[in-house]
Ligand binder design. Structure first.
Ligand code: GDP
Length: 636
């Protein structure tokens, strides 16, 4: 059964007939009489910014008009003439007719994230519609540091706990459930921030229904606000803006709204469809309205679950408790979890010994969209692990064994992630319809130029979808978003943090770094056409120190070595270092452990190495073994 998630985003209302003269636009654009200006000529494609300049309106006005047509555009995004002329006409301008001037009505959903295609972790197809009941929304709070995420969560919790007379303080379990005055439940994930959100997504978890983006009214949209918006949009999760700190004297709501519009998020009173609620975590103003709006958005999402089926949930937090063993907090997403159920969660399994709610009370069962602490797992699962109920513990144990074996077999068998090299094959196989890109550049000025260049490469068959663009280094967050969204990371004139590099390697994320725009676009163009040559890169496998030399025959030498780091592989090449300099580069010809020929020797083992042509090794030389590999992670 397909869930209807249409609602706050991606809607496209009936198009109004274009107004050609005298239009005035809500949000402050001056009335324009087209006849005074004459008809505007538009190029085949134009960026939002350029169009704004051409029409002498603010980019936010353009973005707002686009959103009315269901197009979520950024300021640097390229739009086609048809779209641009509709926007211009909506803003009251007359547009000169191009040769083929029929305003197309066919780009339904163009540029819009596909309608909330939340990956299903369970199959509802066999379920009876009548078993499905509405469930509470699960909400994540994100935003820039110090904008008040934690304060807001605390304020909401304390208000509603007091109102609900639950008695007692909510313990920290990673998620909290609140009940509004009219008895409606909302579940909040307690670890605010898009990092945690996307880390979970990267592990396959789909927990959040609604993202609350906290923006401080005195500070406005900041880099992490933009990141949070991109992360939520990449996950196709609807947004609610909590404009916090409105108690502050320097709060500037209009600035926040304009900056949001520039980031492609147009709030309702600017003509868009993203709700914004002014709040203060400090004075508690607006908290009830915020909850109301969250529930309203939840209604539109028609969140439902079947409490009668076996439970499926996601681990939010887990730890080892000295007295109680592994303790995990879970969001039950569908079904009902009961004490005594046999479960599998990631690489752990067990029989549920006890369940507790967020107030620390023992409960016999936990239904859909509830947070519960579970006891009884064999081991500590990881955040993001999916928990499923299985018929009995024997089966649970067997499933975990099977899973571990499969994981071991998979290791090294390729990650299946998006890479530029593989793109064409994926397109041909119908597995990919768009190339998702996370774009980082040295300065924001470069982003526009790259966006513009990339937009030219989008075609009917393959769209280029820039999930996030920002100035700065490539960071862990970018890698996480790439992992979660199957995107590649493109860096222009920018570095990468060491932890991000390692994360990318571990996750198999394709990172491309360029310093010339046409090289970037050439590569992507070639990849789209299936003509990208794999890049050959050198990989240093390890080093061995020569400890002793053995003559074999007249000239040949076997060097008795000790592998100091990494590994030595027989198929590799060798660079011989002496006194801080490379004295020769050669092929490795022979590699032995004792009397046996071996393919590789690992760190801290001794081995015998002979090189193909070089026989003048000396004690103390360091043999650096390297291999050539076709790799997608250019520039790492
Ligand atoms: P986080 O980093 O987003 O979790 O932000 P915090 O919740 O830690 O808040 C950062 C700072 O802003 C703290 O000093 C809070 O006391 C303050 N703060 C949070 N919300 C409000 C608010 O609504 N009004 C005012 N005046 N200060 C606030």
């Amino acid at each position: 059964m397909a869930r209807s998630r249409s609602g706050t985003r991606g809607r496209r209302g009936p198009r109004k007939p274009p107004r050609r003269t005298g239009a005035s636009v809500a949000g402050g654009v001056a009335t324009v009489d087209a006849s005074e200006r004459g008809a505007i000529e538009l190029p085949a494609t134009i960026t939002v910014k350029e169009l704004a300049e051409l029409l002498v309106v603010s980019p936010a006005d353009i973005i707002r008009e686009l959103i009315k047509s269901g197009i979520f555009a950024t300021i640097n995004q390229l739009i086609d003439r048809d779209t641009a002329s509709l926007v211009a006409e909506e803003l009251g301008f007359a547009v000169a007719e191009p040769q083929d001037a029929s305003a197309s009505e066919d780009e339904e959903g163009e540029g819009v994230p596909a309608e909330a295609a939340k990956e299903q972790l369970w199959d509802e197809s066999g379920e009876d519609e009548k078993d499905l009941v509405p469930r509470a929304p699960i909400v994540t709070v994100m935003g820039h540091v110090d904008h008040g995420k934690t304060s807001l969560l605390d304020a909401i919790r304390s208000t509603t706990v007091a109102a609900g007379e639950r008695g007692g303080i909510t313990q920290h379990i990673g998620a909290s459930e609140i009940t509004t005055k009219d008895g409606k439940r909302v579940v909040f994930l307690d670890t605010p921030g898009h990092e945690a959100f996307t880390a979970m997504r990267a592990r396959g978890a789909r927990v959040t229904d609604i993202a609350v983006i906290v923006v401080a009214a005195d500070d406005g949209v900041m880099p992490q606000t933009l990141e949070a918006i991109s992360h939520a949009k990449a996950a196709k999760v609807p947004l609610v803006i909590a404009m916090n700190k409105i108690d502050k004297p320097d709060a500037n709501p209009d600035r926040v709204k304009t900056e949001l519009a520039e980031a492609g998020v147009v709030v309702e009173d600017y003509g868009g469809d993203t709700p914004l609620v002014p709040v203060s975590a400090k004075t508690r103003v607006g908290l009830e309205e915020l909850l109301e709006i969250i529930l309203l958005v939840a209604d539109l999402l028609e969140l439902k679950a079947n409490p009668k089926r076996e439970a499926v949930g996601t681990v939010i937090e887990a730890r080892l408790d000295k007295g109680r063993g592994p303790v995990a907090t879970l969001i039950v997403q569908t079904g009902t979890l009961r004490v005594g159920d046999a479960v599998v969660a990631g690489n752990t399994f067990g029989k549920i010994k006890a369940l507790e709610n967020s107030a620390g009370k023992r409960i016999p069962k936990a239904g859909p969209a509830s947070a519960a602490v579970v006891l009884g797992l064999s081991d500590v699962p990881e955040a993001g692990d999916i928990l499923r109920v299985v018929p009995d513990v024997m089966i649970a144990r067997a499933q975990v064994e099977q899973r571990k074996n499969a994981a071991a077999a998979q290791a090294g068998a390729g990650s299946g992630r998006a890479t530029l090299e593989d793109l064409y094959r994926q397109i041909q196989a119908g597995q990919a319809k768009e190339l998702r890109i996370i774009l980082k550049a040295d300065v924001s000025g470069s982003l526009g130029a790259i966006d513009h260049a990339l937009a030219q490469l989008s075609s009917e068959e393959t769209k280029i979808n820039v999930l996030l663009e920002a100035a700065g280094e490539i960071t862990d967050n970018d890698i996480m978003l790439a992992t979660a969204s199957n995107a590649i990371v493109v860096g222009f004139n920018t570095g990468i943090t060491e932890t991000a590099r390692r994360a990318a390697e571990a996750e198999g994320v394709d990172i491309r770094r360029y310093d010339i725009i046409y090289k970037l676009t050439d590569d992507i163009d070639a990849a789209l056409k299936g003509m990208l040559e794999p890049e050959i890169v050198e990989v240093v496998e390890g080093r061995a120190e020569v400890r002793q030399l053995f003559k074999v025959g007249k000239t040949a030498v076997i060097a008795g070595c000790y592998v100091t780091d990494g590994r030595i592989v027989r198929s590799g090449s060798a660079r011989v270092w002496r006194g801080g300099k490379v004295i020769v580069t050669d092929k490795i010809e022979g590699l032995r452990r004792f009397k046996d020929d071996v393919r590789e020797v690992a760190q801290n083992f001794e081995c015998g190495i002979s090189l193909a042509g070089f026989n003048d090794l000396a004690e103390g030389d360091v043999i650096e073994c390297f291999t050539q590999q076709a790799r997608s992670r250019a520039g790492l």
